[in-house]
Design a binder for this molecule. Structure first.
Ligand code: HPA
Ligand code: ZN
Length: 324
């Protein structure tokens, strides 16, 4: 089964580029940029990873970003992820990035996106790994800041496929960003939002994603299973759910294999993703292998989950069909 998973051409739709920052690259960039990390070795840094919910993860995730300073750093981060994807037969990826986590440290928006874009182009031409970029807004920052960043992105519109919403969900509902997402849609961008596992008001937030924002996809969305009406709406609209098993384990102590099987049984378009693989120590293959073991999924079920990622990818139908 492991070989079956490793050999399949795969797509990943929920991976935060900043969440692919491996400890070794952190150390190399810290040395280059004269940044104090506070740990003696990459192993010591990993040993300090202590997450048990979304806020405890986010503190470590944002803190580590201080090593990312110039265009070459964003290039290296992106190139390393796409090379890893290549080594795992992940042939297509939609990549999240968090510009506000960089501009708030004084790093120019253009530096971030140009570094990422150059690596995407090189990965496509040299490795054959295609990728598209999704700009996320930090939901614990203001709607005004999100709108400012959407305007900053306008000159780079052609480099983006969509926008997303991430960071701390508590007291930051989808409707806080209704105007920003409306403008993004007018710009021709696809829309997605995180509805992380077991958050306060999660069913309300999923409902807002569907009815107020009219998203094209939902990131995580596992709690939709608690409402038949939400499941029916998600199914009727053909919306993909980007589920992240190993990421979920830090919050709910399971890979949510039972929930993923229920989604499959209901005909919902669940996909499997790594979220923040450098932190959760699992890329796409490891997520699939561990999920299969916990849920005893058949080859056919794994193939459905992998196929779903191509089905709901933001690619032209003709291009998707070459992978299916
Ligand atoms: N949820 C919310 N925000 C995030 C995540 C996540 O899983 N990863 C990086 N930012
Ligand atoms: Zn995420």
């Amino acid at each position: 089964m492991q070989t079956f998973i490793e050999n399949m051409p795969k797509a990943e739709l929920h991976v935060h580029l900043e969440g692919t920052l491996e400890p070794e690259l952190s150390f190399a960039l810290a040395r280059k940029n004269n940044v104090e990390l506070g740990y003696a070795t990459p192993e010591e840094l990993v040993a300090a990873y202590d997450f048990y919910d979304l806020p405890s993860f986010l503190t470590i995730y944002y803190g580590a970003m201080k090593v990312l300073q110039d265009e070459a750093d964003f290039y290296q981060l992106t190139w390393n992820y796409l090379s890893k994807a290549y080594s795992q037969n992940t042939v297509y990826a939609e990549l999240f990035f968090d510009p506000q986590a960089h501009t708030s440290r004084g790093v120019d928006f253009g530096v971030v996106i140009r570094g990422i874009r150059a690596a995407q182009e090189d990965a496509e031409s040299k490795l054959g790994v295609k990728s598209q970029l999704i700009m996320c807004f930090l939901r614990d920052m203001s709607a005004e800041s999100a709108m400012e960043h959407l305007l900053m992105a306008e000159p780079y519109r052609a480099w983006l496929v969509g926008v997303g919403l991430d960071s701390d969900e508590k007291n930051n509902p989808p409707v806080k960003f209704a105007a920003v997402f409306k403008k993004a849609r007018e710009m021709g961008l696809k829309l997605t939002m995180h509805c992380d596992v077991n958050q306060q008001n999660t069913l309300l937030h999923i409902g807002q994603c569907l009815d107020d924002i009219e998203v094209d996809r939902i990131d995580h969305g596992v709690n939709s299973l608690e409402s038949d009406a939400l499941c029916d709406a998600i199914k009727a609209r053909g919306l993909g759910l980007t589920v992240c098993p190993v990421s979920n384990r830090f919050v709910v102590q399971s890979l949510t294999s039972a929930e993923i099987r229920r989604m499959l049984d209901k005909g919902m378009l669940a996909t499997i993703n790594s979220d923040d693989p450098a932190y959760f120590r699992a890329y796409l293959n490891e997520n699939l292998v561990e999920l299969q073991r916990e849920g005893n999924f058949s080859n056919e079920e794994i193939a459905t989950l992998v196929g779903n990622a191509f089905r709901v990818a933001w690619l032209p139908a003709q291009e998707k069909n070459t992978y299916l």
